[in-house]
Design a protein around this ligand. Structure first.
Ligand SMILES: Cc1cc2nc3c(=O)[nH]c(=O)nc-3n(C[C@H](O)[C@H](O)[C@H](O)COP(=O)(O)OP(=O)(O)OC[C@H]3O[C@@H](n4cnc5c(N)ncnc54)[C@H](O)[C@@H]3O)c2cc1C
Length: 444
């Protein structure tokens, strides 16, 4: 890893080269559009019958899948024979970043559920005459030619290109993921967690990754009278990050008066006695245990089809073009948390960057070209902001060995919820989700 001044230069250089690549892509697309406009005006109107659309199926529409859908919808030519079919069981986009906060702080739950639709280019839904079909369902299995849906009847959707963006930990519980597809149910689960924490005297949080650190520090900051214990199996908290962030996190935890236990793990809980047992034999009084460990990749759809493309950790191995690492399946791509592509700290930024690359490559492939764009991990992908209580946070830029930690003040209790709504084309906090769902259902 580079030293700090070189990191800055490298980061600026990377941002510039990314901006230039985007400009190049945009110009080349405009040129294609111009050629298309000229050639279509010279074609006679009595041309051949419309052909049946060929499907680009996207499984999962969170950070990765939704961005892939947007990118492909932006870059498919109007006369393309292809259409995009997004399959996503959730009724709303789940904004994970705020989940630890909303597990503690009441009254903002609705802000974590962003209506779908606004991030797609205007008019691109099939219901509006565009090329994006959206199905609210879960994919149950994948074959070489089709995906089958989980809902009754198991309808099959054939594909020519498949993008797997099923993420990690989607079946896990709060505070890492909301285990509910319906917004009202998800909000209720958040309220239940708030109540459990509010009524607890002795809160034990397991796992000092980002979710555990944020939840524990928010809880202690809001309820200083409670005993909060944070248990972590490694010696360092935030152990995947560099030493500066580890230190900032440890300082923030201890300054709030949280008891930190490292190098040990919770092995069982006795709810009747109100204690948890640690591997070391230690017992801790506990009336509320919150598990913040274990985000598993949702790779089973691909594991059944191509077992050799699955890594030991359960991630889907990819080539630099983000096609899966199986030469017999060149039309299957993968991006985001479910994929293994050497990203040091998988997060939304890296998921979205990968999704754009998948989008460009799939569009090229629909035009008969080879996928050329490559995902090369860069340390700027891994930047995060870590809250350390209700009014304090640190921004971390850098990798595992060196980096910057910039202390910041948190003024907004709902963190960056409003910004995320804007980014995803939704007006904070006007929920148009049911209109979107009604529109896509009416189309089916
Ligand atoms: C508590 C927390 C805080 C975070 N904070 C930050 C942060 O501050 N900054 C940052 O950059 N990143 C942050 N992250 C990381 C970020 O949320 C993930 O990297 C990102 O969500 C990955 O996006 P994804 O699309 O790959 O997967 P996911 O977000 O996991 O989404 C997967 C999608 O696939 C769908 N799906 C799964 N299985 C199927 C199926 N069989 N059929 C159809 N659809 C399916 C799911 O419903 C879901 O919508 C945070 C994560 C957590 C847990």
């Amino acid at each position: 890893m580079l030293e700090k001044p070189l990191l800055v230069i490298d980061g600026v250089g990377f941002a510039l080269s990314s901006a230039l690549s985007n400009l190049r892509r945009s110009l080349s697309f405009r040129l294609k559009l111009l050629r298309y406009a000229m050639s279509s005006s010279s074609k006679s109107s009595s041309s051949s019958e419309p052909k049946k659309p060929r499907n680009i199926v996207i499984v999962g529409a969170s950070m990765a899948g939704y961005t892939a859908a947007r990118t492909i919808a932006q870059y498919l030519l109007p006369d393309s024979e292809y259409r995009i079919v997004v399959i996503e069981p959730r009724g709303h986009f789940h904004f994970t970043w705020v989940l630890p906060r909303f597990c503690v702080v009441e009254g903002h739950e609705h802000k974590a559920f962003i209506p779908f639709g606004g991030y797609l280019p205007a008019g691109s839904l099939e219901a509006d005459g565009g090329k994006v079909a959206w199905i609210q369902d879960r994919v149950a299995s994948v074959s070489r030619e089709a995906v089958s849906l989980q809902s009754a009847g198991g309808e099959e959707i054939p594909y020519e290109f498949l993008i797997v963006a099923t993420g990690a930990g989607a079946t896990d519980s709060l505070p890492s993921r909301v285990p509910a597809d319906d917004k009202a149910e998800g909000m209720e689960l958040l309220r239940e967690m708030q109540k459990r924490i509010r009524e607890a005297k002795d809160l034990v949080v397991v796992g000092a990754g980002a979710a555990g650190v944020e939840l524990a520090t928010d809880a202690k900051s809001k309820y200083p009278e409670k005993r909060v214990v944070l248990v972590h199996s490694r010696d360092a908290v935030m152990h995947r990050f560099g030493p500066e962030l580890q230190k900032a996190a440890r300082d923030g935890i201890t300054e709030l008066g949280i008891e930190l236990i490292t190098g040990d793990r919770v092995v069982s809980e006795d709810k009747e006695k109100g204690i948890v047992m640690l591997k070391s034999g230690k017992e801790i009084v506990c009336d509320c245990l919150v598990n913040c460990t274990g985000q598993r990749p949702n790779s089973k759809l691909v594991a059944a089809l191509s077992p050799t493309s699955i890594s030991e950790s359960g991630h889907i191995l990819t080539k630099p073009t983000l096609q899966i690492l199986d030469d017999s399946l060149p039309n299957i791509y993968c991006c985001g948390d479910v994929s293994e592509n050497n990203t040091a700290h998988p997060n939304s930024r890296s998921a979205m960057r990968q999704a754009k690359i998948v989008g460009y490559n799939v569009v090229s492939a629909t035009e008969g070209e080879k996928p050329r764009e490559k995902y090369i991990p860069h340390w700027t992908d891994g930047g995060i902001k870590l809250t350390l209580g209700l009014d304090k946070s640190v921004a971390n830029l850098g990798g595992a060995k060196a980096g910057f930690v910039i202390p910041t003040k948190e003024k907004n209790i709902a963190l960056m919820s409003a910004g995320a709504w804007h980014k995803l084309g939704a007006k904070p906090f006007e929920d148009t989700g049911s209109e979107f769902l009604a529109k896509i259902k009416a189309k089916i």
